[in-house]
Design a protein around this ligand. Structure first.
Ligand SMILES: [Fe+2]
Ligand SMILES: [Zn+2]
Length: 376
């Protein structure tokens, strides 16, 4: 545990000078809002007061250091106690915040030799094996499961194990198979460029699962591209293009006789610190842009540049799914596609479903608590 050298308070803030030479500070309002006392928090951890109930300018009157905790006396008579380990874990410094942010491991073609994968029967019965797979999946934005029973419907059973399957107008799960007169190009034998599925939904599916049941048809290999790595490459090579794609939304739409879905979302999303959080890319359901006229030409130039980066051979991983293989992809990061196949020379059948992203993150954190004893 990080050890304290000394603690100082200016009333409006608290500073810990750590024995390792570091210094962390917290504004008084932040600390007061985080008070864990029985008046402020229900045993569930949920807050019992509203923001308007707090003093607007709370002031720390005194700080005392106890066994592994700091006790704060507030000017208005309230007391708070904070675990030092908890404070250390909630350091607001730039370095500490950066260390807490999830660091995706960006990848390209080279990962084809070491795909993040696991044996489904082992994962289904061993929480430690499942956690290892889930951590690799979250780092890479995709993961493979081998030896999933080759039976229709298994994809949804796996989806409901890892998270919660989201039912859509395609049902709880859908078949990817070549059919006559399809409502979606996925159900032809055509090659498909890499894409995120269904960006016309709000929210876009967070996770897609695809389970291979039959793969005798020549062709139909799976393509994956790390959309975050491609977006980072665009940011480096053409910052203006990158910037435009984060600011100007594209429209996506899907309509058939039963559904009419549409969204407006940027191709690249970034958070408040500029980290890439999502890529939405799908030329089939891209409906155009509905923006000020002067933005149209620059946006198309940026769109073309991003599409070209996504097509670079060094970005693309190609592998073949065999019966029993199931690929799980963060749909707004690991863009997927396939090579064309010949349905006259053999069958190809996949089943897919969508799962929400938060459910899989929750699953990972609960297993971290169980397996590693990590704090809630
Ligand atoms: Fe797809
Ligand atoms: Zn309190």
């Amino acid at each position: 545990m990080r050890r304290i050298d000394r603690v100082t308070s200016q009333g409006k803030s608290l500073a810990i000078h750590w024995a390792d030479g570091g210094r962390s500070t917290w504004p008084a309002i932040w600390l007061r809002d985080q008070c864990r006392c029985a008046t402020c928090r229900h045993p569930s951890g949920q807050r019992l007061f509203e923001i308007g109930d707090l003093p607007e300018h709370p002031e720390i009157a005194a700080v005392a250091q106890g066994d592994g905790a700091l006790r704060l006396d507030w000017r208005d008579g309230h007391d708070s106690e904070f675990d030092i380990a908890w404070l250390a874990a909630h350091d607001l410094s730039e370095e500490a915040r950066a260390a807490r942010a999830r660091q995706p491991r960006l990848w390209g073609k080279e990962i084809g030799n070491s795909l993040p994968e696991g044996d489904w029967p082992t994962i289904a019965r061993d929480p430690a094996a499942e956690l290892r797979w889930l951590e690799a999946y979250h780092t890479h934005g995709f993961g493979l499961l081998r030896n999933v029973p080759v039976e229709p419907g298994q994809v949804a059973a796996v989806g409901d194990h890892l998270g919660f399957v989201r039912t859509t107008n395609y049902g709880k799960l859908f078949d990817v198979i070549s059919v006559p007169d399809p409502n979606n190009l996925a159900n032809t034998a055509l090659g498909l460029g890499v894409h995120s599925d269904n960006p016309y939904r709000d929210p876009t599916p967070g996770v897609q699962l695809l389970h291979c049941l039959e793969s005798e048809a020549p062709g139909g290999d799976t393509l994956l591209v790390d959309g975050f790595a491609a977006a980072e490459q665009l940011r480096k090579e053409a910052p203006d293009h990158f910037d435009l794609l984060t600011r100007v939304p594209a429209s996506f739409r899907f309509a058939d006789k039963d559904a009419d879905l549409g969204t407006r979302v940027p191709l690249i999303s970034v958070d408040d610190e500029g980290r890439i959080t999502a890529v939405h890319f799908n030329n089939r359901s891209f409906a155009g842009i509905d923006v000020a006229e002067e933005l149209v030409e620059p946006w198309y130039e940026a769109y073309r540049a991003f599409a070209a980066v996504l097509k670079r051979p060094e970005r693309e991983v190609i592998f073949r799914l065999g019966p029993g293989d199931l690929v799980v992809m963060q749909n707004e990061r690991a863009l997927h596609g396939r090579t064309a196949f010949d349905p006259n020379k053999g069958r190809r059948r996949l089943q897919g479903c969508y799962v929400d992203k938060d459910g899989m993150e929750s699953r990972m954190r609960v297993l971290q608590r169980k397996v590693k004893g990590a704090a809630a």
